[in-house]
Design a protein around this ligand. Structure first.
Ligand code: FAD
Ligand code: NAD
Length: 509
């Protein structure tokens, strides 16, 4: 029996019941939430119709199961009977049907490759494809696609050497502009994993080390020449005959999106209140991890909830809003701060809220399509945030005010329901007093009668009132983040007001 109280879910008026366009969530029938799905998978019901047998599936056989009432989908060579899952799919039945009877790997990767389908759909597994699926197998060096040099020429390489007390793995990236955000290193239980991001590709060194090493790992990056050193301290001063046994994806250079997400366990070290329902979680990375989440990118948290691995994205923030913008905020590299709203009937946030100090949670590598270069030469930056859609704006604001020398104005237009919901209001107001380039405007959708400020939801008239460039021909970027309907409407209003696609960045999953 699951220890989860049944509840009306999704809650009336909640996001899961609100219709949204695009590939956004669709309203689910009552009793069709993720928690309900988890309950069904634990009920012992035969969800494949094969009474627990696993079979080999030919392409012809797969193609036959292409109807709503009989739908099989192949993901990375494994075939799932998703018929029982139809009504539970947050993206709706029609989205799922796009892959009915086919290899849905590419479609799945485009939309939500971070979703842990192996765990979610384990009871729906029919078997393996008899023939290799069409999608590119992981670990292959990609074909050259319009690149000047072949990908092979650009492929990083590695070497290693040792002293009595240390092992140094050297990675030659063949790239000039390496930095700490492009190097992700983990070393757990004798397993070394070093991932280097080169444009939209990822190079991986992954080995089972020959001998044990100490917990702390040092990473040196020679930015100009693109050389990276991973320095491990030997546990015993023995001579190593080899670095270790290569693992499956070792020494591969593939598209980033084809690399599976890697998780490491992080310790919750503090949890502080930001507002009545939002908390700042401080997670400590293991000593053996080197990970800096780039501005505008998010990570995934993974937690086992009632036997199913549930994954949700969160955007790291800073511990506070720095008020002195003379120097970039120096990141200690050891902690990740997440500002998370706890929903009273939220599956994941309730589980997060129940974490105790000292508990561990899995944190993924960063992802996201925002690039700092979008901001580097800006003159006017507008940030349209709603609720926790504020989170990607925190590092962005800090980066823009600190490192963008031509910046004239940064304006945050912050949409919330009530005054009590405004995140870091004091800090934002102090910053506006301190830095004349920065301005903040709060707009409430459900204010009390005492509120004398602006009210309403995102609209064309509000945007034309507040998004005004400082000079004709100013280089401008408008970033937007919040609930999906907010973001979609905002983008449309901005386009209607004449802003181009390049001048708008919408943060989405
Ligand atoms: P669910 O179980 O999915 O939903 C349960 C109930 O919670 C709903 O029925 C509803 O009552 C309520 N609920 C959930 N979402 C909303 C909503 N948007 N509006 C109103 N009610 C809602 N969240 C953060 O708090 N901080 C972040 O930094 C953050 N970063 C994100 C980054 C990305 C790229 C994306 C796509 C989302 C981000 N989110 C962030 C949202 C987060 O991933 C979860 O969706 C959120 O925490 C709710 O998860 P849950 O499982 O608790 O809720
Ligand atoms: P909320 O429910 O408290 O709403 C905040 C404000 O958003 C409202 O006052 C209103 O102005 C606006 N809003 C809400 N629903 C709207 C709608 N249907 N149409 C137009 N405007 C609407 O918001 P919340 O609970 O804090 O949710 C924040 C959202 O931001 C979540 O959906 C979360 O997934 C998303 N988010 C996304 C990212 C990302 O990077 N993609 C990062 C953080 C948060």
């Amino acid at each position: 029996m699951l220890n989860v109280p049944p509840q009306a879910f999704p809650a009336p008026g909640s996001q899961q019941r609100v219709s949204a366009g695009g590939r956004a969530k669709v309203p689910l029938k009552p009793g069709r939430s993720l928690m309900d799905w988890i309950r069904l998978t634990k009920s012992g019901k035969d969800l494949t119709g094969l009474k627990g047998r696993l079979i080999e599936v030919t392409e012809d056989e797969l193609a036959k199961h292409n109807k709503k009432e009989d739908c099989w989908i192949c993901i990375r060579g494994f075939v799932y009977n998703v018929t029982p899952y139809m009504e539970y799919h947050p993206g709706g039945e029609d989205e799922l049907m796009k892959a009915a009877g086919t290899d849905g790997t590419d479609l799945f990767d485009q939309v939500h490759r971070w979703v842990n389908y192996e765990s979610m759909l384990k009871e729906c597994l029919v078997g393996r494809m008899a023939v290799k699926p069409i999608a590119a197998p992981k670990g292959m060096v990609p074909e050259k696609k319009g690149l000047g040099a072949s990908v092979k020429d650009l492929t990083p390489s590695y070497d290693w050497f040792q002293t009595d007390s240390s092992i140094t793995v050297v990675i030659y990236t063949k790239q000039k502009d390496m930095n700490a955000e492009l190097v992700i290193v983990d070393c757990q239980d004798k397993r070394l994993r070093g991932e280097i991001i080169v444009g939209d590709h990822s190079y991986l060194v992954e080995v089972d080390l020959d001998h044990a090493v100490q917990e702390d790992v040092a990473v040196n990056i020679a930015e100009k020449v693109g050389k990276i050193e991973i320095i491990l301290k030997k546990k015993d001063n023995v001579h190593w005959k080899m670095l270790g046994q290569p693992l499956e994806s070792h020494n591969t250079f593939i598209k980033r999106t084809d690399r599976g997400l890697f998780y490491r366990k992080c310790k919750l070290v503090s949890k502080t209140e930001v507002t009545h329902d939002t908390k700042l979680f401080c997670l400590m990375l293991p000593k053996s991890t080197h990970l800096h989440v780039p501005t505008g990118q998010h990570v995934y948290l993974k937690k086992n909830i009632a036997g199913t691995e549930v994954v949700k994205p969160y955007t790291p923030v800073l511990p506070f809003l720095p008020l002195d913008f003379k120097e970039p905020f120096s990141h200690d590299g050891a902690h990740i701060y997440l500002m998370i709203k706890i929903y009273s009937c939220g599956l994941f946030t309730q589980a997060l809220d129940h974490l105790q100090i000292g508990d561990y949670i899995s944190v993924s590598n960063p992802e996201g399509n925002f690039k700092k270069s979008q901001v580097q030469t800006l003159e006017d930056l507008f940030l349209l945030a709603a609720g926790t859609g504020f989170t990607p704006m925190v590092k962005l604001l800090n980066f823009a005010l600190t490192e963008v020398s031509c910046l004239r104005t940064v304006k945050l237009i912050f949409f919330n329901k009530t005054e009590d919901d405004i995140l870091w209001r004091n800090q934002l107001e102090q910053l506006a007093l301190k830095d004349e380039r920065f301005e903040v405007q709060f707009i409430l959708s459900q204010p009390t009668k005492d509120w004398v400020g602006k009210q309403g939801k995102i609209s064309s008239s509000l945007l034309s009132e507040f998004v005004k460039i400082s000079r004709k021909d100013s280089k401008v970027l408008i970033c937007i983040c919040g609930p999906t309907p907010f973001t979609e409407q905002g983008v449309q209003y901005l386009k209607d007001l004449g802003y181009s696609q390049e001048e708008i960045h919408a943060f989405t999953a």
